[in-house]
Design a protein around this ligand. Structure first.
Ligand code: WTA
Length: 630
């Protein structure tokens, strides 16, 4: 790609240019894309609204930039390599030309079902190529997709269907998890009991029995049969919504983060090509699920825009055994491997035996995403997987940022374990103290903000612009606040310290403490609860819940199990508390505020540093909580 940086001095030069003349910088990057109509202005913005527009009045379709832009040159190159959960099942390889045909046919299906530009479509599917086809077909006809992770419960799915007023749901009969078949369509059925969704299209994956509602539910293979392979893409404005992705914050229900078309396209390709230093022909594998932003930007859009070969894996790292990842790397000669610290730590726990005998010599670059990577995991990854010769790119970013903002460029930026290192071109970071004063210079620590727009940034939260303003643009005036703490060391390198708000990061998945508390409180015997994070060896953070219960006719054990089930039902198994402690009371101030600081200390076991408890309404309660600690 012409926009690829090759040297450290090249990066430093481009970075300076991107700050001094951002519009010229991004216009040059954007020039390599296919625009049906060029922009009038590169950027118009203010962070008070917030109101941010990139490539103002430009017209395009993002899928034309994946397909029509590339087909003559790379039509026969594999776009997607699909590796099933079951190692004995055949792999699927889909070229750009074949993928284009499928996307066109499915675009015709969606339009036949009356789905139009601007309609919202929920995608609740396992990791099969059809999930990517579904996303791209939505983008091609201008429908706004909202992918919901297939591990979320019917309640969580229903909330999202209602919030975005979805017109259709694309799903599957079931999903494989290890050697088990999990119902997917059945979850959709439950979620749709009270909704007005008009169309459900079901991809047959496991062959398990499902109920189909006449006139609403259709089989993917039946509606695809006989569809034309030709489809003319809808013309989109650069600022038309491309997708909504729900994510947890510190308060209330998950919010729908909105990304738009032009800027997201330019930034995901640019960041993908540069961070991973992708070369044509490389096989790239990101182990995320398409239900998360990493799957959107770095399994589907970024790689496909760049003409890369992206590997999609249906399974989990430990099935049928903890060699599965290494076997897949050997089998497909993977060159770039991008995974999460939690997966590394889980595999590290099996020692190095499962790696023996696998040829990992194809690997050139390793990536990490989703949570801070601890030094031990970094070294293990570097030594045993990268054999000391592959640079690790520790990529920091968020659902809201759309793409990677802080990361080494593979093989270019000197790395340091546990450091995300330096910002990408165009990214103007700012560290502030709690009062919002910028902390200049090196060797400082504070809250991470961004003071200038970048193309793939969040535009709004769906249906509630004020929530976007309050959450991200009001804490510190004139800046986007990330919710993360950060340190800039003596070299000017950035190290992310983790969330400073009430968001927990469990195995790289974001969870709001309030969201988990609300789910716990749904249990009829629960009076009050408080949820905090504690360090967890594999998950990074675990969920610790303190619960006040009415214990009449109940044992502690069955109550705890029921509460876990309740959380699973309301949010999904990923939100299940790791530890639940039934407590007689919670430490509260005289004004009734729960002192979470104390609860965190107890959860992490730092019992001798409780700090000042004199403002507590009932200091004795702390003693009782410590006694019953799990
Ligand atoms: C955390 C995932 C440290 C961070 C792409 C952020 C990280 C949240 C890193 C966003 C990293 C992500 N080092 N922390 N390399 N990457 N995080 O929206 O706290 O699921 O705010 O996006 O994950 O999570 P999200």
């Amino acid at each position: 790609m012409s926009d690829r940086l090759h040297t450290l001095s090249g990066y430093l030069y481009e970075y300076q240019k991107s700050i001094a003349q951002p519009e010229e910088f991004w216009a040059r990057i954007a020039d390599s894309f296919h625009w049906r109509k060029r922009w009038d202005n590169v950027l118009k913005w203010n962070f008070d609204g917030p109101d941010v527009k990139w490539f103002v009045n430009a017209k395009l379709n993002i899928t034309e930039n994946i397909f029509e832009r590339h087909l003559y040159t790379i039509g026969d190159r594999p776009a997607i390599i699909w590796e099933p959960s079951e190692p004995n099942e055949p792999t699927r390889t889909i070229t750009y030309r074949e993928l284009f045909v499928e996307v066109c046919r499915f675009s015709n299906v969606l339009q036949d079902k009356g789905i139009k530009k601007g309609d919202r479509v929920i995608i609740y599917m396992p990791m099969v190529p059809e999930a990517a086809i579904a996303m791209l077909a939505c983008a091609r006809i201008g429908a706004i997709h909202s992918v919901v992770f297939a591990g979320f419960s019917s309640n969580a799915l229903a909330d999202r269907v209602i919030d975005c007023e979805a017109k259709a749901i694309l799903t599957s009969d079931g999903n494989y998890r290890g050697n088990k078949k999990i119902g997917v369509k059945s979850v959709v059925d439950e979620a749709l009991e009270k909704s007005s969704v008009e169309t459900v299209i079901v991809y047959q994956r496991t062959g398990q029995e499902v109920t189909m509602k006449d006139g609403r539910d259709f089989w993917w293979h039946e509606v695809m049969a006989g569809q034309s392979e030709k489809h003319v893409a809808e013309e989109m404005d650069s600022e038309d919504m491309l997708f909504i992705l729900y994510t947890s914050g510190s308060t209330g229900k998950p919010k729908g983060v909105v990304h738009t078309t032009g800027g997201y396209m330019v930034y995901t390709q640019y960041s993908f090509s540069n961070v991973f230093q992708y070369s044509p022909g490389d096989v790239y594998w990101c182990t995320a699920d398409i239900g998360w932003i990493t799957g959107h930007s770095y399994i589907v859009y970024g790689p496909l825009l760049a003409g890369a070969t992206t590997l999609m894996f249906e399974g989990v790292p430990t099935y049928p055994n903890p060699s599965r990842f290494w076997e897949v790397i050997e089998k497909h000669k993977v060159n770039v491997f991008y995974t999460a610290p939690t997966a590394i730590r889980a595999l590290q726990a099996f020692g190095t035996d499962p790696i023996q005998g696998y040829d990992l010599s194809s690997l050139k670059v390793l990536g990490s995403v989703g949570e801070p990577i601890n030094e031990e995991a970094w070294h293990w990854y570097h030594t045993h997987i990268g054999k000391g010769r592959c640079p690790i790119v520790d990529t920091w970013w968020q659902t809201e940022t759309g793409g990677i903002l802080i990361s080494p460029l593979a093989g270019i930026t000197p790395t340091k374990p546990a450091y995300a290192t330096l910002p990408l071109p165009g990214i103007q970071l700012c560290i502030v103290d709690p009062e919002g004063n910028e902390l200049k210079g090196n060797s400082v620590e504070g809250n991470l903000c961004i003071k200038f727009p970048w193309p793939s940034m969040i535009r709004t939260t769906y249906g509630d612009h004020d929530r976007c303003k309050q959450t991200y643009f009001s804490t510190y005036k004139g800046m986007y606040f990330t919710g993360d703490g950060v340190k800039r060391d003596h070299d000017g390198y950035y190290r992310i310290l983790g969330r400073v708000d009430d968001v927990i990061n469990v195995s790289g998945h974001r969870m709001g403490t309030a969201e988990v508390e609300n789910a716990i409180n749904e249990h009829p015997k629960v009076i009050e609860s408080a949820v905090v994070a504690y360090p967890h060896e594999v998950k990074g953070q675990g969920i610790y819940a303190y619960v006040i219960c009415d214990m009449t006719n109940r044992t502690e054990e069955n109550l705890i199990n029921e509460i876990k089930e309740m959380v699973s039902k309301i949010i999904g198994p990923i939100a299940k508390p790791d530890k639940i402690q039934i407590v007689p009371g919670l430490p509260k101030t005289r004004s009734g505020k729960i002192m979470r600081r104390i609860l965190r200390k107890v959860a992490e076991g730092s019992l001798d540093s409780m700090g000042d408890t004199s403002t507590l309404l009932d200091p004795d309660v702390v003693e009782k909580i410590i006694e019953g600690r799990k």
